[in-house]
Design a protein around this ligand. Structure first.
Ligand code: FES
Length: 145
């Protein structure tokens, strides 16, 4: 548990209804406030894969799915539950009308991107202590676990 003096007001309770998420910025951090069935959690709002805003993803219970490549995280622990989905589907169809040399160059380019994508690790999200004080939501910015 962190010191209470590190808690800063980041939003109003009424701004984050049950089942929703809200992006806020405080102390130079991007935060995702989550209200999962009346219980508040705060995690970093930069996906541990490629920094997409998790608050723009979908929330199912206490699990958030990233809007970019569908990694899943538990919002109460910040733990990654599943890795990104990185298939480049439909490439063959997309290039079917292209001349052979263009098709070859494009395929090589996409393969290079896919190879680099596979090397990118996906990390757990930082989790911050949060508490309600009346209609204020307070977050301990020093409390990332
Ligand atoms: S940026 Fe979140 S899964 Fe890729």
């Amino acid at each position: 548990m962190g010191e209470t003096m590190n808690f800063v007001k980041v939003a109003k309770v009424s701004e984050v209804p049950a089942g929703t998420m809200k992006h806020v910025e405080a102390g130079g951090k991007e935060l995702c406030i989550v209200n999962a069935g009346g219980r508040f959690s705060v995690i970093g709002d930069r996906c541990g894969h490629e920094n997409a805003r998790l608050s723009k993803g979908t929330l199912t219970g206490t699990i958030v799915t990233c809007p970019m490549h569908s990694s899943k995280f538990d919002v109460t622990t910040g733990k990654k539950l599943s890795d990104p989905i990185l298939e480049m589907g439909g490439l063959g169809g997309m290039l079917s009308g292209c001349p052979g040399n263009v098709k070859k160059a494009m395929t090589q380019m996409f393969q290079g991107i896919a190879e680099n994508q596979r090397l990118i690790r996906t990390y757990d999200q930082p989790v911050y202590e949060v508490k309600a004080d009346g209609n204020d939501l307070l977050v301990n910015l020093e409390g990332a676990k």
